[in-house]
Design a protein around this ligand. Sequence first.
Ligand code: G6P
Ligand code: ZN
Length: 543
Amino acid sequence: MIRTHATMPFDGQKPGTSGLRKKVRVFQQENYAENFIQSVFDVAERPAGSTLVIGGDGRFHNRTVIQAAIRMAAANGYARVLVGQGGILSTPAASHVIRKYGASGGLILSASHNPGGPDEDFGIKYNVANGGPAPEGVTEAIYQRTTTIDRWLDVDAPDVDLDTIGPTQVGGLAVEVIDSVADYAALMEELFDFPLIRRAVEQGLSMAFDAMHAVTGPYAHEILERRLGFAPGTVRNGVPLEDFGHHHPDPNLVHAKVLYDLMMDPEMAPALGAASDGDGDRNLIIGKGRFITPSDSLAMLAANAHLAPAYAGGLKGIARSMPTSAAADRVAEALGIPAFETPTGWKFFGNLLDAGMATICGEESAGTGSDHVREKDGLWAVLLWLNVLAATGKSVDQIAREHWARFGRNYYARHDYEGVDSAAAQGVMAGLEAELATLPGTAVGPLVVERAENFAYADPVDGSTSRNQGLIVAFSGGSRLVLRLSGTGTQGATIRLYLERFEPAGGNLDGDTATMLDDLVQAAEHLARIAALTGRTAPDVIT
Ligand code: G6P
Ligand code: ZN
């Protein structure tokens, strides 16, 4: 009953920052997805009797790959597959389900915030038993396997009815279609003070949540509207669509502009505006009249986390990715707990969380989360903000101002240059890297370079080292430029330039971000020569 299909390796099945992401058309080639999934099964640690979790963000091609993966899991000796109803599991929900049911791992089918549809993107990511993305050793082994693979296995069985909750059998494999939301919603009720938030809602706390026609719709309807009592209609674009309604499910100021405009309208804005991305791990937080950068959100949530039941006992540590602003470091210092600076990519937080060294983590790329799962978690961040708003009775703007008055403010922006010719982008990086050693002590306009380095990370838990994780030029006074190439793009190269200016408490804490960063923009052009080397005179996206 097990079928062996001959195949040949495909080039380029190397998982990036967050799994294998390609155009749908690439995944539709015969054997393409199967080769990758078989490579995962060939190298994954999965003792006899293992459970595999499968779910995705509902994008085009999701169901096709899920059906194939189930037949392959049956042939590859898994004992049980848990699959979200309709093939839906948000990334944080999948992480939770893996942990809760002791699965040996999970396949998450998503290209995160990239658009979906027949001509857009698809992705497959493998998460391991702790619920987090496979560490580099595992993704490298998967990749190596894709270069030699010559067969994949499945069983001859009909499609599973993904829309009906309950058990079914595929060959010797027990398949269970599970409620996509229930386990996750129950976890959120444990972490946060739902009765307190409910009372605040009754007393007028209002919000708008944009699910961007992506995976968080069902989660947000259940948690925000049904369990917390927010008015129907609070969740916008709440029905997951295969093409996200032709939108780009990326919760930033460009793609969530409608929400942003609402939040800047003094008459119409609710207390909190929030959005999440394709697979539900990212978040956007906007208060009435006040956008909160992801870096600031991390710092403010860390400073106020004790107001939520799960964190009332204090935090063990705070971790942020290197390009994320240093705002959270100052909170860690005030709390007397360690601050960690890791390379970009949520997987680098896994060891710190597993070892109990950090409780809260965050990234400038709109990811925030804690040790409750091993992924970043968009709705978790929204619920923690709601818990803080309900507990303090303050507005988002008030919380932000008080935070800056105490800790100082890290003005922050990221400039993205997308679809750049790869050689030109490499040239920008190589050009700056070659200068690094000469920079300390030199003046660039009004700024003086204090330190310049190519960031390397030594993991304090397993001792592994990750090099070439981005170029840092740090100036005296706490301002900084960071330059790195995106690991998630699907076309050409994306150059990311991160700009950060520290303004101490007592300084100009309510300035215009672009104005406050102007010296840094000039310095970046002088040092990195992006315009000269790529012909791009302005970034495509500023977040
Ligand atoms: C994914 C990962 C994040 C990471 C981001 C970086 O979303 O899950 O942890 O921060 O990629 O993307 P980039 O395009 O900057 O490499
Ligand atoms: Zn995502």
